[in-house]
Design a protein around this ligand. Structure first.
Ligand SMILES: *Cc1c(COP(=O)(O)O)cnc(C)c1O
Length: 372
C-alpha cells in the first residue's frame, strides 16, 4: 500500500465557484485565471470545469500551449505579456492576447513581422507599483501602440493592490477612469477580491473580471470573510491517515526541538503528512485538522513526512483514522484551507500552489451535500 496521503481535486467545486463569480460579475465576461498550473490543482485535471469561463488567463507560454492542445479555442491572455521578442511568434501562432506593461514589449511588437495583428492589454499601474505604466505615462504608451500596424485592438487593464482590505480600491479606480475615460477598448480591473467585494460598481465589473483564488474555493479576504460567507466550495482536499499512536505522560514532549510538552496524560496520533508533501512547516501547535471529521489540533513541529495531532476530541480514533489536512472531510465536514494557512502565517494561495509532486493526486467528485 502506498503511503496514505493523497490529494483530491474537485472540478465540480470550480464550476460552482465560477458560477458565483459570474453571478456577482453581471454582464462582465469571466477570465478563469489558471497560472501556476491552476493554482496547484493541475490544468488538465480541472479542465472541463475551467471551460465554463469566457477566457483563460495565465503567465506561462507553456500553459497557453497546453490549453490550446486541450482544444480551447477561446481567448487566452498572458498576464505578464511576453518575456522576449520571439515569444510574439507563439502569440501569433496560438492567437494569444498579451499584456503590455513596459516599453521594450512595445519595441518588440513594432519589430515583429506578423500577418495577423495582435490584441493587447495595456497595463496601468494603479498603485501596486509592480507592473505597468503610471496613469501619466500610460496615455503615451497607448498612443504609441495605437500607431502600430501590428496592433489590432488595445484593451485596458489594471490590477488592484487592496481589493481585499480596508484601504480599498477607490483611488485606483479613480486613477484608472480618469486616465482612460475617453478611450475605446474593453476594460478589465477586478480580481477575486474585487469580484466578491466591489463588483456592485459597474466600472469595476467593466468588460472582463479575473477570477483566480475564488475559483479554487479560498476566500481572498479571510479572516474578514470565510468561504461560507461567499458560498465557495473547496476544490482541493489533502487527506491522510493516522499511522502511529503515542500515549503521552505529563511532561512528555513531541517532535523535533521538543516544542510541545504535555501537561496531562494525552493520546496523540502521528499523521503521514509533512512539509515534503506541501503541508506548511510553520504551522504551530494548535493548527486545525480533522480526524474522522472531528476538529482537532496539531502538536509540536511539523516534520518532513509527519505531523502529530492531539486526539483528545476523538478518543475512538485509532490507527488508520482519516485525517483531513484541508478541504472536505467525512460526513459533510470541511476544513477551509484558509484556516490552516492563517495558523501557519500564510495564505490559501501559497498552500495550494505548494502541493508537492510526490502526493498522489486524483480527480474526485464532491462529497454528497458539499454544494450550498
Ligand atoms: C493572479 C492574478 C489575478 C487573480 O488574482 P486572484 O486574487 O487569485 O483572483 C488577476 N489578475 C492578475 C493580473 C493576476 O496576476
Amino acid at each position: 500500500m502506498p503511503r496514505p496521503i493523497e490529494a483530491l481535486i474537485h472540478p465540480d467545486a470550480i464550476a460552482h465557484n465560477l458560477g458565483i463569480a459570474r453571478q456577482r460579475a453581471g454582464d462582465a465576461r469571466l477570465w478563469g485565471v489558471i497560472k501556476a498550473n491552476a493554482y496547484g490543482h493541475g490544468i488538465e485535471r480541472v479542465w472541463p470545469a475551467l471551460a465554463v469561463a469566457d477566457g483563460l488567463a495565465m503567465l506561462d507560454l507553456d500553459e497557453a500551449q497546453r490549453v490550446r492542445d486541450l482544444g480551447w479555442r477561446g481567448p487566452i491572455l498572458l498576464l505578464e505579456g511576453c518575456f522576449e521578442a520571439r515569444d510574439l511568434e507563439l502569440c501569433s501562432r496560438l492567437n494569444l492576447w498579451h499584456v503590455i506593461h513596459h516599453d521594450q514589449q512595445i519595441a518588440w511588437l513594432a519589430a515583429h513581422k506578423t500577418h495577423q495583428p495582435h490584441r493587447v492589454f495595456l497595463k496601468m499601474n494603479s498603485g501596486m507599483n509592480r507592473l505597468g505604466y503610471t496613469p501619466q505615462a500610460w496615455r503615451g504608451a497607448w498612443v504609441r501602440l495605437n500607431a502600430l500596424p501590428q496592433v489590432d485592438e488595445i484593451s485596458l487593464i489594471t490590477h488592484f493592490s487592496d481589493a481585499d482590505g480596508p484601504k480599498g480600491i477607490d483611488a485606483a479606480v479613480e486613477a484608472f477612469v480618469a486616465a482612460t475615460h475617453d478611450l475605446p477598448g474593453e476594460r478589465s480591473l477586478g480580481n477575486s477580491a474585487a469580484i466578491l467585494r466591489h463588483a456592485h460598481r459597474p466600472e469595476v465589473r467593466a468588460d472582463w473580471v479575473r477570477s483566480g483564488i475564488l475559483s479554487y474555493g479560498s476566500a481572498p479576504d479571510f479572516p474578514e470573510h470565510g468561504i461560507d460567507h461567499w458560498r465557495l466550495v473547496p476544490a482541493m482536499t489533502l487527506r491522510s491517515r493516522v499511522i502511529g499512536l503515542q500515549d503521552l505522560q505529563p511532561g512528555d514532549t513531541v517532535g523535533y526541538g521538543s516544542t510541545y510538552r504535555a501537561d496531562r496524560a494525552q493520546r496523540i496520533g502521528i499523521v503521514a503528512g509533512g512539509y515534503a508533501d506541501g503541508y506548511p512547516r510553520h504551522a504551530p501547535t494548535g493548527t486545525p485538522v480533522l480526524v474522522d471529521g472531528v476538529r482537532c489540533t496539531t502538536v509540536g513541529r511539523v516534520s518532513m513526512d509527519m505531523l502529530a495531532v492531539d486526539l483528545t476530541p476523538v478518543p475512538q480514533a485509532g490507527l488508520g483514522a482519516e485525517v483531513t489536512l484541508w478541504g472536505h472531510g467525512p460526513h459533510g465536514t470541511r476544513l477551509p484551507i484558509d484556516e490552516v494557512a492563517q495558523a501557519a502565517g500564510t495564505i490559501g494561495y501559497e498552500l495550494m500552489c505548494a502541493l508537492a509532486l510526490r502526493v498522489p493526486t486524483h480527480v474526485a467528485p464532491l462529497p454528497e451535500g458539499a454544494l450550498p
